[in-house]
Design a protein. Sequence first.
Length: 328
Amino acid sequence: MTAAEQGAAFVALSAVLDDVYGAAADRPRLVGPDTHSFHDAGSATAKVVLYLQDFARAAGPVLHAVTHHEYIEITADNVLDPKFLDLSAAIARDMVAAVRAVSPTLGVWAGEIGPHNGGTYGPGGVVPDCSGNHVCGRYGSAIWYADSMAAKAAAGYEAYNRQDAVGADYGLLNSTTLLPTPDYWLLRVWSAAVGARALAVAAPAGAPSLRAYAFCARNSSAAAPAVALLLINLNAAAPACAAAPAWAAAGARAAAYVLTPGGGAGAAAVTDAGARLNGAPLALDAAGRVPPVAPASAVLDGGLVVPPLGVAFFVVPAAPGAAPACEV
C-alpha cells in the first residue's frame, strides 16, 4: 500500500475502536506501521523515512506513535567501531526530524529492533547459535544494545521494543538453552539504573573510544535527585577514564553497575557468551532464578573508570538545583 492508503486504514481502524470502546480508559492506542527496515542511514533509506512521514501525515491525530524496524547487522568486526555504532543515532535523528515536520507531539518508537537480520531457522528447524563473526547472543551485542537504546532515547524516542525475548538467534534468551544472554543482563541493569528522561551530555574530550550518555536515574526524586551516567569503553586493551561530574553532591559516592565480558580478553571478548557485573559472573542461582542486580559503591574523587569493553552505569547523587530535570 502507499503511505496514504496505509494511513487511511489506520483512520478506519480508529473509527472501529471508537465504536467499540467509546471514551473508555482501556481503549487501545494505535502505533505503526513498523515499516521494514533500516540497515543504515542516509540516501539508501531516505524513501523509508519519507514513507513514514507521509504515513504520519495521513493517519494524523489517530496515531499514538510512529514505529519502524531496524537491523544494522552487527558483527565482531564492526561492533567496536564508533562510526558503525553512530548509525543508530543517525537513523534516529532522521526519523525524529521527519515526524516532527508533521507533528510536534507524535511519539517515535523503535518498533522492532535487534542486533542483526538473521532470525531464520536452519536445517531441521533448528535455530542457529549465532557466533563466530556474528555477535548476537554474545557480549558484543550488549555493547551495541546499550549504545543503541541510549542513542534512541537521546534523539527523542519514547519506546524501544527489542526483537526478541526468545525464538530467534538474536533473542534475549539463548534459543536452545533458554539461559540469559549478555543482552538480557544488560537490560536488567538498565532497568535498575536508568529512568525515563534522557539528558544532554558531551563525551569526554580526547577519548574517541569512550561513549557517554546521561539520564535521570530510576529512583531520582525532588528530595534525592540523581543522574545515571552510561559510559561505554570500546577500547579492548585499556581502561577509559572520565572526570567526576561537577554537579555531583558534595562527598557523594556513585552506585556503580559495571558490565564486562564473561572471561575473555582483547577484541575477541566480544564473542564471549557470558558477562560479569562488577567482576562477578552473571548467572541464574542454584534454583534457576534470576538474582537481583546489585551495584558496587564507587568513590567519585578519582573520577570514573571504565574497564576495557566495559558498559558502566554510574548513578550519581546530584547537588540541589544541579539537575532540575531530575528533581521531580
